[in-house]
Structure formats: C-alpha cells, structure tokens
Design a protein around this ligand. Sequence first.
Ligand code: LLP
Length: 449
Amino acid sequence: MGMRLHGTMRINGRGRLEIGGIEAAELARRFGTPLYVLDEELFRQNCRDYHRHFTEKYGAEVIYAGKTLINLAVCRLVEEEGLGLDVASGGELYTAIKARFPMHRVYFHGNNKSPGEIKMALEAGVGRFMADNLQELLVLNSLAGEMKTRADVIIRLTPGIEAHTHEYVKTGQIDSKFGLAIQTGQAEEGVRAALRLENIRLRGLHCHIGSQIFELGSYVHAVDVMMDFAGKIKRETGWTPEEIDLGGGLGIYYAEGDNPPPVSEYADLVMARLKMKSAEHGMETPRLMVEPGRSVSGPAGCTIYTVGTVKEIPGVRKYVAVDGGMADNPRHALYQARYEAVLANKAGLPPAEVVSVAGKCCESGDMLIRDIALPAAEPGDILVVSCTGAYNYTMSMNYNRLPRPAMVLVRGGRADLIVKREDYEDLVRNDVIPDRLRKSGLAGVASAR
Ligand code: LLP
C-alpha cells in the first residue's frame, strides 16, 4: 500500500515527503508546479549499476538512451558516469553537441534519418550510425563519400521476437517499422550491401526487442537469433561482427506487481549466452553493447503537482485534479501506464479514500492514475507521482497551451534548475501573424468599404 519510495525519497519527522534532502512542498514553493524532479544520486547510481555489471565486469559498452530523458545537464551526468549516448534525431544530437558530449561515444539511431541529419552526424563525428534500412545505407555511403570520410555502421536487425510488453512499445517482431528482418532475407541483403559500400565500415549488428521487459529469457532468445544470423553470415562471407548491440528495454517498478530483475542478472545471463553462442559459431566473442533508458532515468524522476479541483460523483468516483496531466505525462493516456503517488504534505497520514487523479486538459482521457488510496485530498495539497523520469519530459506537449514544466536536479539538500519553466511568451514565440491579418491591416479593410 502507498507509494514505494525510490532513491533519496523519504518521509521525514514532520510526515512530509523529501527528495534529495528537500521537502517536495518546499520545491513546489520555490519552483512552482508542475515540476519535474531528478534525483541526482539515484540517476548516477543507476548508471553505475550498469557500468559496474556490464563495463567493469565484461568490457561491454553501456549506451544511455537519450529518448527517455535528455537535456544539457543530463548529458553531463551521463558523460561523468562513463556511459555512451544513444540519440535518435538531429535534435537529440544537437543537445549532445551543445553539452559537449564526446562524439565518439554517440550512437545515432532512427528509422528515417534525413540527409540533413546524416550530414550533421557525419560532421559532428558520431561514433556509430545505427543503420535501419538499405536506403539509409546508400545515402550514408554517398554523403560520407562526398565528405571524404568513412562511416562506422551497426546494422539494426529485426530478430522476429515478440517480447511480452505493450503493443505500442514492441519492436522486435517482423511487422515493425524498425530494422531489417532476418526472416525475410533483408537483413542479409543489408549486411552484404554494407560490406560492398566503400565509405562504410560495418562494425556490428543491433536489435531492440521492446521496452518495459521483465523476462530476461527474451534477451537470451535475442542473443541466439542474432548470433545464429552472424554465424550464417560468417560461413557465407567470412565477415564477423566486432560488436553486438542488444538495445534497451529492461523494465522498472512503477506500481505493485512490477518485478524487474536486477541489472547484474541481466548482464551475467546475456554475457554467458553471448560467449556460448560465439564459441558455437567459431567466432571471437563480439563486444557487447546495451542501450538502457527507462531503467536508468525512470525511477530517478518524479513529478510534483498541486491539487486543484476535487470533485466527487456520488457512488461513482472522486476526481482529484492536478495542475498538469497528459501534457507533461502522456503515458497513462497512451499506454494505460500505472503510477503511484503520495500527498507529500500528508505523507505521514494513512489513506482515507480511493480517488482518481485527473489532469487539466480538455480531454476525458487526461488521467494520471485510476483508483489510488490517498489521505483526504484538498485544494493546495502537493501530489508527487513517482517514476516519471523516463518518457515524460521528452514526450511532453503543449496541448491546451499548457507551458512545459521546469525540471530541477536535487541532491544533498540542494536543488538546481536544469530546465526552465516555459512561460506564456514561449507559447507564442514562434507564432507569426501575416501582414494581412494585422490589426492595422484590419482597419484598412474597414476603410476600403
Ligand atoms: N534502444 C533503442 C533502439 C530504442 O528504440 C529504445 C526505446 C531504447 C534503446 C531504450 O529502451 P528502454 O530501456 O527505455 O526501454 N515511449 C514508450 C517507450 C518507447 C521505447 C522506444 N525505444 C513508453 O513510454 O513506454
């Protein structure tokens, strides 16, 4: 019952929730709500967990998936903790460049990289292009040629594995917009093309089987499929991958019933299998790569809201509305994602009622949590939703012209602003009124009559 406490969260002697040594209500007062909070210690600890079990133990490269949470400060944390960075667009790449992230540790993903993005990445000198399809390989080859350079490439394969997760976050099955399918022969065609193209250096193979995965067996299965494919290619062409990238996807605890396996187990299991399969095909064990996102950033983030309208529909449901919602966290609306929450200023009180937490957008689906037990909620209470570090800020939007929240980095009693809150001026910054719609123009129309 209640919200599980993550990282530096604790209920202090006054019965209030603290994160990074500061009361959530104090953060709300200082920075306003809604507010994204990133627990620096937990974020770093999650990076270290991967670094210890994959890099220190097995020499594997851990590549943080920026799509889960990226901004300049986060790039700095990721670099300091010794991880690589997966970027999936020109915008994410630009963020990494601006943060002066070491480019040779940047892995450039995307199923529809534009020629402009490819050029930008070539100029920046990214470490690897994660090539999604044949067309991309051809464009990359010719652009690299024009720029008199060679691109280091890893080809993304579709291994044909159905991970047990939500439909929208499944990625490994054949019917997918990502990667080249092994079963259709397109993967092999892609590898042969990459080996022929003179401005491409083929380094390895990649797959990503899905997200929020609890079953480590799915990864073992992925290693088998990837290495059997590599074995076949080796027999036919003599080429062997130096690198095998298994993507991200390890699940996290959001709410009761979620039981993620430890990173150490994930590392040991996958590495043992990779060694076994390499030996089976008479290959040297390729360098392992993984691309965790959610399991690094997810639990390290939470969102602070202020309670507004509390509406009871007798015998039906009690709605507790907060000053954010799907605009800052669309995951319940999109995936029926479950979250836990606590009234931070009443964290010492026992639950008094079951309510549903709604957002403030003009959309019935704008809900954050259905049926949660909380102490009696009143306007002005501070609600904290946990585990919002991944796919919240990066998937946020301005529906109903809600300004995007600020983000603070907390640690040891200190809070630093790392993303400013948008204001109303930001919302109209890119709006343009054509001359003929200007107020003075209207006066002209009137006088012409
Ligand atoms: N690598 C690749 C190639 C990916 O496509 C992804 C996620 C990751 C790594 C990181 O996966 P993670 O460790 O975070 O599961 N918006 C959805 C999830 C979409 C996943 C996209 N790809 C959500 O909010 O659940």
